[in-house]
Design a binder for this molecule. Structure first.
Ligand SMILES: [Zn+2]
Ligand SMILES: [Zn+2]
Length: 509
């Protein structure tokens, strides 16, 4: 069902051609009469404050694990010529970072200056390992398959007529939290494929579509093939309301209009591919969403009268937030329903309207999250990722500005994505003489004979390609890699199979 949202024209905003002003300005404009609620700590009646607290605790813990690396290494650098250095260094590292440092690097401190670059990369890799272990063992975001939230959401999707939700955000680290935080969707219920500029791979997505339909025919999973439900493909491009000309999408030269238009082109191409390749009215549903990386609010693009995606007409969750901030819960719900549909009760919504309603409600919590924990607009409006993730997998990464993704099978295929990442990290790390930590990951299916060996080979292949493509950086110790694999059919976390800073004679273990 097309998303028209024609009921209330007042909530229409121009598309990304007219980026919103800063969050703070917006709020001040809207609330002159209501006594500057920013300082009153008031949140929206539809906000889930308990969930916000939990998500913030998780974000703070993980980020501080990475951000403690530099101060800790500085502390260690100062004592490298002291008696009993290795023990003292390990003690500091365990206390501050909760990890041990590699002996073969510390060992050499008597004969040459400590290799701080190697230590930095090691720490980043071990913190990633810790994050991964915690994620798969403890489900800190409560979104794992089989969790209550995930099961509820799967049911909800089917109610909306969606049998698979497939989202491609830009691989920019400022969108890495878009599923678990911005949209508040249990991570296991969505297929996430990040790509630079949100420009997903058509063939790959058609393959997934085929697989999904096949599973419905063969196994009735998630529902029977004759049920009238669709595959929903979502593209999330991004823009910056605070600094639109510089902090937009690097892959589109911070041109928001272009980011939206090219996202739509991909969506149309995917739909056409499915419709042309398969009979019996096979088709898919499409959705285009813009994410403001400063406030985490969304611009959801509306449908045109002929069922296409309107590049100019959008629903802004920030405007909805601001216009309903003084409403009771019931009034706010009614207002949102009327904004997106002809209905005035959420119970009467169906299809994509029902899905959109949920997205808006969920995003209102995130707007309050940014408001209360990040002063309404993130301090790191630009890039501040901690490592690059290359390959296939990384289900465990759901935090803003933690990881730059380069989703790829081969370095040749993913070279443009990876080059953008290396460029970003040249500014972030190399300019400060710190190395670029690259985690390589290949997930495999433990049920398939030989898959694990192939995943290990894939890691080695990509690792070699990286050391050739970025030889200059690698030779100077300014780019380190850590190869990891994970059995996706299992609950276990990722396993490190080797690092570029391993002792040369040592076998990878
Ligand atoms: Zn791909
Ligand atoms: Zn981007």
């Amino acid at each position: 069902m097309p998303l028209r949202g024609l009921a209330k024209a007042k909530n229409f905003t121009l598309g990304p051609t007219a980026p919103m002003k800063t969050f703070t300005e917006n709020i001040h404009i809207q609330t002159k009469e209501s006594n500057n609620f920013r300082n009153s700590g008031k949140s929206h009646k539809l906000t889930n404050n308990i969930q916000n607290e939990n998500l913030f605790r998780y974000e703070s813990k993980i980020k501080s694990d990475f951000d403690e690396i530099v101060p800790t290494l500085k502390e260690i650098a100062q004592i490298q010529h002291q008696e009993d250095f290795i023990n003292k260094a390990q003690k500091i590292s365990r206390k501050n970072l909760g990890i041990d440092l590699p002996l073969h690097v510390l060992d050499k401190s008597w004969v040459k200056p400590l290799d701080m670059r190697a230590l930095y990369a090691w720490c980043a890799f071990k913190q990633h390992e810790k994050l991964s272990d915690n994620f798969f063992n403890n489900d800190p975001l409560e979104g794992a398959a089989g969790s209550r939230d995930a099961e509820d959401f799967e049911k909800f999707l089917l109610d909306c007529g969606i049998h698979l939700l497939d989202i491609t955000p830009c691989s920019d680290g400022r969108l890495a939290h878009s599923v678990a935080y911005v949209m508040r969707i249990p991570f296991s219920t969505v297929r996430r494929r990040s790509h630079a500029g949100a420009l997903f791979d058509i063939e790959n997505t058609v393959n997934r579509w085929v697989k999904t339909e096949h599973k419905r025919y063969r196994e009735n999973v998630p529902n029977e093939a004759h049920k009238d439900t669709r595959y929903l493909k979502v593209v999330t491009y991004h823009f910056s309301s605070v600094d639109p000309l510089h902090q937009g999408c690097a892959a589109h030269g911070s041109n928001d209009e272009l980011a939206a238009a090219e996202g739509r082109n991909k969506l149309y191409a995917f739909k056409e591919a499915v419709e042309n390749s398969f009979c019996c009215g096979a088709s898919v549903d499409l959705m285009l969403i813009g994410l403001d990386t400063d406030t985490d609010s969304l611009k959801i693009h509306l449908s045109t009268s002929d069922g296409g995606i309107d590049l100019d007409k959008t629903i802004s969750t920030l405007e909805i937030y601001n216009s309903t901030i003084n409403f009771s819960k019931e009034d706010a719900e009614r207002e949102i329903c009327q904004t997106i549909s002809k209905q005035s009760s959420k119970d009467k919504l169906s299809g994509l309207e029902k899905f959109t309603y949920k997205l808006i409600i969920n995003n209102i919590s995130q707007i309050d999250y940014v408001k209360s924990f990040h002063n309404g607009s993130y301090e790191d409006i630009g890039h501040a990722e901690r490592f690059i993730g290359v390959g296939i997998g990384f289900k465990e990464v759901h935090l803003r500005n933690l990881t730059y993704f380069a989703h790829l099978d081969t370095v040749e295929e993913g070279a443009p994505d990876l080059d953008v990442g290396v460029k970003i990290f040249s500014g972030l790390n190399v300019s400060q003489d710190l190395p670029i930590p690259v985690v390589i990951r290949f997930d495999y299916s433990g049920k398939v004979p030989g898959a694990k060996e192939r995943a290990i080979n894939d890691c080695e292949r990509v690792n070699n390609a990286i050391s050739i493509r970025y030889k200059n950086l690698v030779d100077q110790g300014l780019l380190h890699t850590c190869s990891t694999i994970r059995d996706r059919d299992n609950i276990h976390s990722a396993q490190i199979i080797g690092m570029s800073l391993d002792k040369k004679t040592e076998e990878a273990h």
